[in-house]
Write a new protein. Structure first.
Length: 225
């Protein structure tokens, strides 16, 4: 009905993100935790778009034990995003995702397998202005479409969370997870090891201690180049 639709872009920044965050987060209702969705138990009212989500929802995330507390459970994209540089730069969920569908997977506004989505903003920087510049940043050949090398999302959106199967949900804090972090976690508990930014391609670096050590050594050597 005309006049009943709220356009998220017209809301204050965090309120606009909470339109997506009401589902893409994990928690229980306020204040009693009666339900596992946004609800005010005291007033017996559902979440209303435009009001602070915290009035209806308290976060109960499932996290890895790594220093940066990456998400381990699904429905936590909003929790991740609040820790990201994109959040502080006031990027909106729907700058990258079209809730009504898009030309690529995950309702993206542009394809990410060829870096078009990320470079639509980051390509304005000299650091990512051309394939050679990106190669200097990644220390890998530039072939995101054909070989997956130097693909932004492969390194900055590690599949840390689980939904239908282990590791099928991308992290949304956009941070690199160093192989040494995985190695240190393996040494503490081999059954509780977060996937790192290299494991998507270098699967052999995530099978045993020898693999984790090789990954950490290889990554650390790249930093010296």
């Amino acid at each position: 009905t005309k006049g009943k639709i709220i356009h998220p872009r017209k809301l204050p920044y965090e309120r606009s993100l909470e339109v997506c965050g009401q589902c893409h987060s994990r928690g229980v209702s306020v204040p009693n935790g009666t339900f596992d969705y946004p609800w005010n138990d005291k007033n017996n009212k559902p979440y209303k778009i435009g009001e602070p989500l915290s009035n209806y929802y308290q976060f109960k995330p499932g996290l890895w034990g790594d220093p940066e507390a990456h998400s381990k459970s699904h429905h936590q994209q909003w929790l991740d995003f609040q820790k990201s540089g994109h959040f502080y730069a006031r990027v909106l969920c729907f700058d990258c995702h079209n809730p009504h569908g898009g030309p690529s997977r995950s309702q993206l506004t542009k394809a990410d397998h060829n870096n078009n989505l990320c470079l639509s903003c980051h390509g304005k920087s000299e650091k990512f202005a051309n394939p050679w510049a990106i190669r200097m940043h990644t220390k890998h050949n530039y072939a995101p479409e054909t070989r997956g090398t130097s693909r932004c999302s492969s390194c900055h959106m590690v599949k840390t969370a689980s939904s239908a199967e282990a590791g099928d949900i991308h992290s949304h804090d956009f941070r690199i997870i160093r192989p040494r972090v995985s190695l240190e976690m393996f040494e503490k508990d081999p059954k509780a090891v977060i996937p790192n930014s290299c494991n998507g391609c270098h699967t052999e670096w995530g099978k045993d201690k020898t693999g984790y050590e090789a990954g950490a050594k290889a990554y650390d050597s790249l930093l010296l180049r």
